[in-house]
Write a protein of this length. Structure first.
Lengths: 416, 308
């Protein structure tokens, strides 16, 4: 009876995994595309987004030259990256315009808000003198307001900033300092005491989001020239809708090919590995959706590498089990020894990759980061599914009592 | 012991010579042919074309390809100030075009119906040098950390040879791109990173077997036999995993369409190199290095004399 029980559990797992994957990959009859796509945020290359053109114009801020336009481009790229908008296109054209393309429609207003701001930050004393400006700021951060509700933006000053700020705060105790952004007073805190440590805060009952947006703006630096929006339209994906459909189809066919190859190689264990890969795919998707990942082509390359490593994990394990069985070990002890030894191999290979992915995530921008996020999630998860989940499935199968070394792993009893 | 034993490591020096020759070819191709940098790296033209009738991206792409033989990046946009509801508008990014090429292009676009050129601008690259520099820095730091990890868990020498194998794979991949003049665009960055990731994973699995067998080294077993035995034990896995991945990539190459072709081809070459280099570069180099140390420390009756 124990064998039948195990078979029942196996069948239930198979139904569940197959059902979930089938449901989400099967096209929704209303839209004609796979259901999973409705939940995925896609990047500019796969889905399209907004195309915004900003014209550089001469103003009291500065004259438009190739250098200032390039500097403005860098500021905008920094701002968009710090917003977490994935893999934007930012380029300059021959008529001193900056072309910005960003994915998704929901963030356009927010992005426009950030792109359009000149972000000249100034601290003015009660006599109208400039105390600090954005160039004196080393880094802006967000903290909870220690004296009230809401959030504040903290500023670390650099250069002459700390000294100037100390002098001003010593001179004007009991009077307000005006903090201006683009000629608009955004905060006017009263000086309580001289501040010697080169740290300033901007208060103003900000929400966490407002505070972090302001901090990003300040960190990105001020635009060196005035930019005027001359065009904003929706555009389709940079990769072209025509070829995305083709690539997706190729992706599914390729996946099925890999699954069949596993069955061809390892028969029943290969089938179990396919189920484990299915569970891996579901978990991977759940995590990526939970962290709000924006899927781009580089990101998908990361997912595919993760899948390849999960497949590798299974191949390593099964080859190891076969090796142990050939040495004359019994089915159960061979499987135990196989998993035990393969564990170290899988762990070390995946940790080495995860280290690289984490560094790329931390230091990379644009496509590098898009790739690193999905690869990191993929490797961490595949360590779990290859070892834990595949092992559980194999144990269940062995416990049905229907198989022996030969039928399960194709290893003949060797006479020694 | 084993019955069918291939003495893989007997040919370690040959593998390295092969590796060196292919690297020289790759470097030569890079120097003399150079990479075919795409518009993401070079910039080019941004055309804004409005057609009076409904035209698809695929049609525009076909005309671009046949008229001037260029790979353009084509996006559909909301038509600006169009009178007809059937009007379609495209933003097309092309490489820098000569006046004749431009004339030929505009001429052949007439086949798709009448259209107006709303905009024609020279535009800069979208992949900034800052992005590539940052990516290079990140990869360098990641490689150093990987060597440290491998040094702790394995051996310093395994870490170094693994990174040399990584370098080999990148040079070979980039060299093949140069030979066949595959267009290099922003996805290239991701492709190279994928190759690096796969290659390192593959090499670590090989090193893992060497490490294990070093711990359980049979008495009197020469380093060459030990290394060959390790390769023999791990090579099935290397091939199977390699095939699994290449199945996926081959389908992408043949069915994936033009925009993903370059990415899939790059990956195919890189992963092929990443698979064999784990043995022919990383393991072979490690073996020769280890043996030269072995020879120095145990010169005398303990081990078999090292063979060249």
């Amino acid at each position: 009876m124990k064998g039948g029980w195990n078979a029942l559990v196996l069948a239930l797992i198979l139904l569940l995994v197959g059902g979930v994957i089938g449901f989400y990959l099967w096209p929704n009859p209303e839209t004609g595309s796979a259901r999973i796509l409705q939940h995925m945020k896609l990047g500019l290359d796969l889905q399209g987004g907004a195309h915004i053109v900003l014209q550089g114009v001469d103003s009291e801020l500065g004259k438009v030259t190739p250098e200032t336009i390039q500097a403005a481009r860098a500021v905008i790229e920094n701002r968009i990256n710090s917003l977490g908008v994935s893999e934007p296109v930012v380029q300059v054209d021959s008529q001193n315009r900056i072309i910005v393309e960003i994915a998704g429609a929901a963030d356009i207003e927010e992005a426009r808000e950030v792109i359009g701001k000149t972000a000249v930050l100034q601290f003015i004393d009660p006599e109208g003198n400039l105390v600090l400006d954005g160039r004196d700021v080393a880094e802006a951060g967000v903290a909870q307001d220690p004296y009230g509700r809401g959030f504040v933006v903290t500023l670390k000053l650099k250069g002459d900033g700390p000294q100037n700020f100390y002098e001003a705060t010593s001179k004007f105790v009991g009077q307000p300092i005006y903090i201006m952004l683009d000629d608009e007073v955004i905060s006017w805190p009263e000086v309580r005491e001289p501040i010697p440590n080169g740290e300033a805060t901007i208060t103003g009952n900000f929400t966490a989001e407002e505070a972090s947006q302001l901090a990003h703006l300040i960190n990105g630096g001020a635009l060196p020239i005035k930019l005027v929006e001359v065009e904003a339209r929706m555009v389709s994906a940079t990769l072209g809708a025509d070829s995305i459909a083709k690539s997706l189809r190729a992706g599914w066919i390729g996946m099925v090919g890999v699954l069949l190859f596993m069955i061809l190689l390892y028969r029943i264990p290969g089938f179990l590995a396919d189920i484990a890969l299915g569970v891996y795919a579901i978990l991977n998707m759940l995590v990526l959706l939970a962290i709000d990942n924006v899927f781009t082509l580089p990101g998908i390359a990361g997912v595919l590498l993760g899948i390849a490593m999960a497949v590798d994990g299974n191949v390593i394990i099964f080859e190891r089990i076969k090796e142990e069985l050939r040495k004359g070990k019994g089915l159960r002890s061979g499987i135990d020894a196989g998993f035990h030894r393969a564990y170290v191999t899988v762990l070390d290979s995946q940790v080495t990759t995860a280290i690289a992915a984490a560094i790329l995530w931390w230091l990379g921008t644009g496509p590098v980061r898009g790739f690193a996020v999905t690869l990191f999630v993929g490797t961490v998860l595949s360590m779990f599914t290859a070892i834990t989940f595949t092992r559980w499935l194999v144990t269940l199968t062995v416990n049905t009592g229907w198989f022996d070394k030969r039928t399960l792993f194709g290893v003949k009893e060797v006479a020694r | 012991m084993g019955l069918t034993r291939v003495r893989y490591m007997r040919y370690a020096k040959h593998y390295l010579v092969f590796g060196l020759v292919t690297i020289l070819i790759a470097v030569g191709a890079l120097l003399f042919r150079g990479l075919n940098l795409g518009i993401d790296f070079t910039g080019g033209l941004l055309l804004d074309l409005q057609f009076e009738r409904t035209v698809t991206i695929e049609q525009v792409r076909t005309v671009m390809n046949s008229a001037v033989g260029i790979d353009a990046q084509i996006q559909q946009v909301e038509p600006k100030g169009a009178e007809s509801p059937e009007a379609t508008e495209f933003l097309v990014r092309t490489p820098v075009l000569s006046e004749e090429q431009k004339a030929a292009l505009y001429d052949s676009l007439n086949h798709l119906g009448s259209y107006t050129v709303i905009g024609e601008d020279a535009v800069s690259a979208t992949v900034s040098s800052e992005l590539t520099n940052k990516a290079l820095l990140a990869v360098a730091i990641a490689a150093v950390l990987q060597v440290i990890y491998i040094s702790i868990r394995f051996q310093f020498r395994m870490g170094v040879t693994a990174v040399i194998a990584l370098l080999h794979d990148v040079i070979i991949t980039v060299g093949v791109l140069a030979i066949f003049q595959v267009e290099v665009n922003s996805t290239f960055v991701a492709a190279i990173l994928t190759v690096l990731g796969y290659s390192m994973n593959d090499t670590v699995v090989v090193m893992d077997r060497l490490r294990e067998n070093l711990h359980s080294r049979q008495k009197g077993e020469s380093l060459e036999d030990l290394a060959s035995r390790s390769i023999q034990e791990v090579i099935t896995r290397s091939i199977y995993t390699g095939i699994s991945v290449q199945i996926m990539l081959l389908v992408m190459i043949f069915l994936g369409g033009s925009t993903i072709l370059d990415l899939a081809t790059t990956l195919f070459v890189g992963i092929l190199a990443g698979t064999y280099s784990s043995i022919t570069v990383a393991a072979a180099l490690w073996f020769l290095w280890e043996r030269s140390r072995d020879g120095r420390h145990h010169r005398g009756p303990a081990g078999r004399p090292a063979k060249a």
